[in-house]
Design a protein around this ligand. Structure first.
Ligand code: AMP
Ligand code: ZN
Length: 113
């Protein structure tokens, strides 16, 4: 297993506030929320970033998009929400395990995250 914070969260070695869990992905509350609702959705397999996605990950990522929409519904984000995946240094990616931020619960203006 890579020495990866989010792999350790998937394994339960590091605690997290679970929002959703299935065979393929896991969602939990961001420890430093940037909006009233700030959830991270991650694959259970270690994929370093969006840049590694390809044909072999299409089914997984397609599934994750459905999960993101379900979580947003379940969280009552009727006013809208933002889905963000920071990829690489220029985007400010700090955890190198693919993740989608779901941000909602307030108007977010021009800020991207
Ligand atoms: P990024 O900057 O896009 O790589 O996002 C990484 C996110 O992970 C940040 O929003 C952090 O607040 C969040 N984060 C870091 N450690 C934890 C943790 N132990 N539990 C929950 N969220 C975390
Ligand atoms: Zn990982």
């Amino acid at each position: 297993m890579p020495d990866c914070l989010f792999c350790k969260i998937v394994e339960g070695i590091i605690p997290s506030k679970k929002v959703y869990d299935d065979d393929y992905c896991y969602a939990f509350r961001d420890i430093n929320p940037q909006a009233p609702t700030h959830i991270l959705v991650i694959p259970k397999t270690h994929i370093p970033s969006f840049a590694e996605l390809n044909g072999s990950t299409e089914a997984l990522v397609g599934h994750m998009t459905s999960v993101i929409a379900k979580i947003a519904r379940d969280e009552g984000l009727t006013g809208g929400y933002r889905v963000v995946s920071n990829c690489g240094d220029d985007a400010g990616q700090t955890v190198h395990h693919l993740h989608f931020h779901i941000l909602g619960g307030k108007p977010m203006g021009d800020r991207m995250a």
